[in-house]
Design a protein around this ligand. Structure first.
Ligand SMILES: [Fe+2]
Length: 364
């Protein structure tokens, strides 16, 4: 995995350098050799700033690179012989208009993306399972909080408000509660918040890939212990039963890369065929298989529905995830994938919505 990261980093820096050359350096008067050196230096500096500064700076650069990539592909199409007579790059001042236009568009998108990311909405689904015995149950599913100083207050207030309106019977925290931006103080704060809700309803947690990686000053093991001390049920290849429904929480898929092996799902699903079964898996994996072994519903997050336009469309095009967003049927399994309540890396979302999912499991 680490070996794959090296060409990926080199590719990103090379593309950033090309981007810097196209929008900035080529307009400066200097030799071609100096232009290339300057482009690489500024490209590396921008990459480093993105890593260390993050936030809106990272958002603008990410959108610039994405828009630049799309523009590159479009301009490449105009290089095809039959399209050459429409080549927009032949127009006067095209280069300058192109560069400034992309920068303005990236800034506007990032600003709008901030407001879109912070506008948390409730997304509602209703499902029923045939030939199963269970009681009507309202589930609140929150995934991908990525708790840190800049979002904890806003997200916990949104969850409290939605809880007050919807009155769910169970709260499920579907992974990526934390990431490398989460301090131990943040982890204690968000654990105490969900812990306070266990006075009224059960709260279930499954690990996400970022939880497994741990924060800067705590491990996934310490996070699990903290949640359990606050009364939260941590499911890691375990089953929790309520209202006749078996909630099967899977160990995070990422944990298989050297941090243990997750159990075969078949061994976790009740074999009597009578219990309604809901699988909670941070990453939407094995959705067809779940539908073939009698699972009734699966709940996942992880994808963020792309978060940064047009990343979601690119992921869809290349089938990066078995399912990216929404509700879809796979055999007996009604799979629901959330775009998450929070965001990763920056408080900006230009694809999808920030959401708290409410699922009504009702009788057929
Ligand atoms: Fe996430």
């Amino acid at each position: 995995m680490k070996l794959l990261l090296i060409p990926l980093l080199v590719g990103i820096i090379a593309y950033s350098s090309r981007f810097v050359y196209k929008v900035l350096i080529r307009f400066v008067k200097m030799s071609m050799k100096m232009k290339i050196i300057a482009s690489v230096c500024v490209g590396v500096a921008i990459f480093a700033m993105c890593m260390f500064v993050g936030g809106i700076f990272l958002a603008i650069v990410a959108h610039m690179l994405m828009l630049f990539l799309v523009a590159d592909i479009i301009l490449l199409i105009f290089k095809v012989p039959c399209c050459q007579k429409f080549d927009p790059s032949a127009f006067k001042h095209f280069d300058k208009i192109f560069s400034v236009g992309l920068l303005i568009l990236a800034i506007l998108m990032s600003v709008w993306g901030y407001f879109n990311a912070t506008d948390i909405q409730a997304t509602k689904y209703s499902v029923s399972f045939e030939d199963k015995v269970y009681e009507d149950t309202r589930v609140m599913f929150v995934s991908d909080i990525h708790a840190n100083d800049s979002n904890i207050k806003r997200i916990t207030e949104a969850i409290s408000e939605t809880y007050r309106i919807e009155k769910p019977n169970v709260i499920i925290v579907g992974g990526d509660l934390t990431d490398s931006s989460t301090s131990w103080q943040n982890a204690k704060e968000i654990s105490a918040f969900f812990g306070s809700m266990t006075d009224e309803v059960p709260v279930i947690f499954v690990y996400g890939n970022h939880d497994i990686m741990g924060g800067d000053d705590f491990s996934s093991h310490e996070l699990g212990n903290l949640l359990e001390r606050n009364g939260i049920t941590v499911l890691c290849d375990d089953v929790y039963e309520m209202n006749g429904i078996c909630f099967v929480g899977r160990n995070e898929y990422y944990s298989q890369s050297g941090r243990g092996v997750r159990a075969d799902i078949q061994s976790l699903v009740p074999g009597n065929g009578q219990n309604a079964t809901v699988v909670i898996d941070h990453q939407p994996k094995d959705l067809e298989k779940l539908g073939s072994i009698g699972v009734d519903m699966s709940l996942s997050g992880h994808t963020h529905n792309g978060q940064i336009f047009p990343l979601g469309h690119i992921c869809n095009l290349f089938g990066v995830n078995e399912m990216q967003y929404g509700m879809k049927r796979f055999g007996s399994n009604t799979a629901i994938v959330s775009s998450g309540v929070g965001t990763w890396g920056m408080n900006v979302r230009t694809q999808g919505v920030s959401e708290i999912v409410i699922v009504d499991i009702t009788k057929a």
